[in-house]
Design a protein around this ligand. Sequence first.
Ligand code: ATP
Length: 247
Amino acid sequence: MVPQLVFRDLTLGYERHPAIHHLDGMVERGALMAVVGPNGAGKSTLFKGIVGILSPLSGRVDRCGLDRRDIAYLPQVAEIDRTFPISVYDLVAMGLWRQTGLFAGIGTRERDRVHHALAAVGLTGFEKRPIGNLSGGQLQRVLFARLLLQDARLIVLDEPFNAIDTKTADDLFGLVRRWHGEGRTILAALHDIEMVRTSFPEVLLLAREAVARGTPADVLTPGNLQKARRMCEAFDDDAGECRVAAE
Ligand SMILES: Nc1ncnc2c1ncn2[C@@H]1O[C@H](COP(=O)(O)OP(=O)(O)OP(=O)(O)O)[C@@H](O)[C@H]1O
């Protein structure tokens, strides 16, 4: 088993208030892991810690030699500023920064790759559209096209299938399967428990700390899901750092 991520007594939070407490564990290289939990369980916070947007309050995330540029991150759609004046083509082309650098020009080969990525998500012809004119599902397709170009070893997807129709979710999950087949490590925060049961080999149930981890059949039991709900409801958002450790 080769680790891709190791959490060592990881505590993450905001303004010294922990949102994720004392997480230990490991994600294997090539894993396809769903992260589930009630609203406010800390899924997005964990992902921000993994990709390095949020520094730990204590403990650490070991990325096992991955460079930041080897990590692709799809934030929740709600976090994307759709008023930003950028076209579909330019947003997708941003996925090439890792290879081309920020200020290098884009040549014919790169242009072809952008067009191929857009074709792969079914958006040929949308190149000039401002992102503000897209539907939610179309924007999610654009963001997946950008991920395609990033060619990352670790792909972190925060609620990638929320508020999109079944066809779009199926199409985009096809890309996730493809990445998994290529040996990339994939983490996805999801609320669709049925999708996790049918499509993910591994799941982490979070409620500010790890409640359970393993196969969907072992983790997604009524007892564990109820426990996670109770733990989230009982959590004190104003708690100081290391409250748990001090108890
Ligand atoms: N920028 C922030 N500043 C302060 N607190 C935050 C911030 N972002 C999240 N939190 C808090 O951290 C806790 C965990 O939130 P997080 O967004 O990680 O949960 P989540 O599991 O992703 O929830 P959801 O399923 O609703 O997206 C919540 O109590 C939330 O209010």
